[in-house]
Design a protein around this ligand. Structure first.
Ligand code: BT5
Length: 293
């Protein structure tokens, strides 16, 4: 019996009934509570878990974002999912593949969400899922290796995805309330999380297979279509150099964001653009005002 704002627990049967993947989601570990599904997936991969192994948890006690940040992961309302990916390209293609893998994952997640409900999901560079100006989900890709012999050995990539599904906005901690949103908060409808998980694994398989097999071209086209950062005024914190504001012009062939520096109140300078490979940006609307509302 479930009650309150919690959903029906995810069950392996419900997921298997909707799953149409070749490899992802097999095996599927469904945990009621864990520290972080990425941490569990890394451990499994180091112990030799195969390509497609997937870890899902109803609740995370130490859900992680990038750069040591935390991911709010309340019980039985959202998706927290990590996939072990073991199709690793040759060394010459590895840097490009590693750059595009998180962006491909964001494209996949946006497609999966739009398969279960109609709402305009966009991407904020590098890989935030946005509805309007609020964050609906995020991606944390982590690579590692294991000395394990045989097919379970060698390098792996963990693709970690968190999506806010049925969490009501009042359940977000206060500091996230104006920044974050969920499918329920946006549409007023509760979603079947098993169905969304099935769609997510299918889209991950599709976009990551495209990236691995054909390179980044198709992924980049779709990423640029979904990316809301392009054409925006943004603020970037540069290590040791303070903040820079400018116009986000392009996502280049390495997945880096190209920004033309711009002083508030003036038009973009003719000077050189800067390329941001990692880090965080703020979308700006009027001069200097952060765009969260
Ligand atoms: C991310 O980091 O957006 C990556 C989040 C990845 C979470 C998944 S869940 C399954 C897997 N297992 C894990 O442990 N992690 C992955 P980043 O870009 O660094 O954004 C983190 C920031 O987003 C935080 O500092 C908050 O401001 C905000 N945030 C935290 N929890 C949120 C939530 N549930 N919804 C929206 N925003 C959130």
């Amino acid at each position: 019996m479930h009650h309150g704002t919690e959903d029906v627990p995810l069950s392996a049967e419900a997921v298997q009934a909707v799953l149409r993947t070749r490899e992802l989601g097999q095996p599927l570990y469904l945990l009621d509570e864990t520290s972080s599904t990425n941490t569990v997936a890394i451990t499994l991969a180091q112990e030799g878990a195969g390509h497609g192994t997937t870890v899902v948890a109803e609740r995370q006690t130490a859900g992680r974002g990038r750069l040591g940040r935390m991911w709010f992961s309340p019980a039985r309302v959202n998706l927290h999912c990590s996939v072990v990916w073991r199709h690793i390209p040759t060394p010459s293609r590895l840097p490009s593949w590693l750059s595009w893998a998180p962006l491909a994952s964001a494209v996949a997640a946006a497609h999966a969400i739009q398969r279960v409900d109609t709402l305009p999901v966009g991407l904020k560079w590098p890989n935030d899922l946005l509805v309007g100006h609020r964050k609906l989900g995020g991606i944390l890709c982590e690579s590692g290796g294991s000395a394990h012999a045989g097919s379970g050995g060698g390098m792996f990539l963990i693709i970690g995805i968190g999506v806010n599904v049925n969490v009501p906005s009042e359940q977000f901690p206060e500091d996230l309330r104006s920044l974050a949103t969920s499918l329920l908060a946006e549409t007023g409808r509760r979603q079947d999380r098993a169905r969304l998980l099935g769609a997510l694994l299918e889209e991950l398989e599709r976009w990551h297979t495209t990236l691995f097999t054909d390179g980044h071209r198709d992924v980049a086209l779709e990423y640029r279509t979904l990316c809301r950062t392009l054409g925006q005024r943004v603020r970037i914190a540069l290590a040791g150099q303070g903040d820079v504001e400018g116009l986000a012009e392009a996502v280049d062939e390495d997945g880096a964001l190209v920004v033309r520096p711009q002083t508030p109140g003036t038009s973009p300078s003719d000077g050189g653009s800067i390329r941001i490979r990692a880090g965080d940006i703020v979308h700006l609307r009027g001069p200097g005002s952060p765009s969260h509302t």
